[in-house]
Design a protein around this ligand. Structure first.
Ligand SMILES: Nc1ncnc2c1ncn2[C@@H]1O[C@H](COP(=O)(O)OP(=O)(O)OP(=O)(O)O)[C@@H](O)[C@H]1O
Ligand SMILES: [Mg+2]
Length: 379
């Protein structure tokens, strides 16, 4: 069994280093977060056995972090130790009220920290964890295009295939481009079943019904196709999409969603449920403007900064827009560079056999595979 993993949350790098040094000496694994939002992102992405958090931090204080950890069924059973320089009784009470399991005042003796951590871990081991905390839910990746034709569907389809090839795990591809979805064409799967099969069963929807509405592709990925005709898009409600994603989370390891470019409640449902949003753009003025608008929206929705990963498609083609211009528009973020794979990519899609299958050595296929590897590594 590998050593327990401890998440240390403190805005001070020096304080984190001090705690880390002690924990490493006790033979524990350590991951660090410099803020509450970063801690929550880590907890959403990897299993952690115990959290040690500071109280006074900008953005989100330690008590709020504990409350959020307790509220989420996936993290509610994780022991939390609050570590702070504040020592009065009112503060301790606030910590316990928020749901902390233990409380230590700085400066502390490393040996005391060790004893407390061991007892928290032992207690956790003794108590049966709730089922929800044991089950690992799927990683949902939404692919959102800043503009028409920037390569959203190409990325979604090939990413799903790459995730399947790399992990061999259960991968779902959902076409939520409700009016003009063409995932079925890219994969050459006929729309014998689509999301519209589920429209009348929203409330009683279960895993078996969802499985029936999905189509299996020879690669092993399972696909939920968009409405067979654009006028049937309006039958699909945000609630249905939410239910589909919740159910699919229990039976898949990865869910990739090709998202439509409309900010309606159905798109927002996909974006909210996603752990990662790939924001696809090209180096042109329209896509950049829309990317900037999207990032503003993401901030308004309270998404943590690392939930959105911009993907710059077709890099290597000179559009007169420089790398640093793109980075500036993206608020300093480095986009994931996806090279153009040339006309071969479109030919493959048009024949219903994506580039990831026909020529994995194509530059675009290699780039998408690297992106998939990154997503797998961060899961
Ligand atoms: N990295 C790439 N290299 C080469 N061709 C690409 C690349 N990405 C996308 N394409 C091509 O660009 C075209 C548009 O791609 P795609 O249909 O995936 O875009 P989209 O954003 O989903 O469009 P829509 O707005 O219609 O949904 C297709 O012909 C596709 O093959
Ligand atoms: Mg598309």
């Amino acid at each position: 069994m590998s050593a327990p993993k401890i998440l240390v949350v403190d805005d001070s790098a020096a304080a984190r280093a001090f705690v880390r040094a002690a924990l490493v000496r006790f033979g524990l694994q350590v991951v660090e977060a410099s803020s509450g939002p970063e801690a929550l992102a880590i907890l959403g992405a990897q299993p952690v056995d115990l959290v040690i958090t500071d109280v006074v931090m900008p953005d989100m204080d330690g008590y709020e972090l504990v409350r959020r950890i307790r509220k989420d069924p996936r993290t509610s059973a994780i022991p939390v130790l609050v570590l702070t320089s504040r020592g009065d009784v009112a503060d301790k009470v606030a910590g316990f009220e928020a749901g902390a399991d233990d409380y230590m005042v700085k400066p502390f003796e490393p040996v005391e920290l060790e004893v407390r951590i061991k007892s928290l871990l032992a207690r956790r081991g003794a108590a049966p964890a709730p089922a929800a905390a044991q089950e690992k839910l799927a990683t949902i990746v939404a692919v959102f295009g800043c503009k028409g034709g920037v390569g959203t569907t190409t990325l979604a389809v090939n990413l799903a295939l790459a995730l399947r090839q790399i992990t061999g795990e259960a991968v779902a591809l959902i076409d939520a481009d409700l009016s003009f979805g063409d995932v079925g064409l890219h994969l050459n799967v006929p729309p014998v079943h689509t999301i519209n099969d589920l429209v009348q069963y929203v409330e009683e929807l279960d895993t078996a019904m969802l499985a029936q509405a999905m189509v299996e592709h020879p690669s092993g990925i399972r696909v939920l196709l968009s409405p067979p005709r654009p006028e049937r898009a309006e039958e699909v409600s945000a609630r249905l999409i939410g239910r589909v994603l919740d159910l699919a989370s229990h039976s898949f390891d990865y869910i990739v969603v090709d998202t439509q470019r409309v900010y309606d409640d159905r798109t927002l449902m996909v974006l909210d449920k996603a752990e990662l949003v790939l924001l696809v753009l090209t180096a042109d003025i329209g896509a950049l403007r829309n990317a900037s608008l999207f990032l503003t929206l993401a901030r308004t929705l309270g998404y943590p900064a690392d939930k959105v990963m911009p993907v710059l498609n077709g890099t290597g083609v000179d559009t007169g827009i420089r790398e640093q211009d793109v980075k500036r528009v993206l608020g300093g973020r480095e986009p994931f560079p996806l090279e153009s794979g040339g006309v071969e990519v479109a030919l493959a899609a048009n024949q219903g056999s994506p580039i990831m299958l026909t020529n994995p050595r194509n530059k675009a296929a290699r780039g998408i595979r690297q992106l998939a590897e990154r997503i797998v590594a961060e899961r």
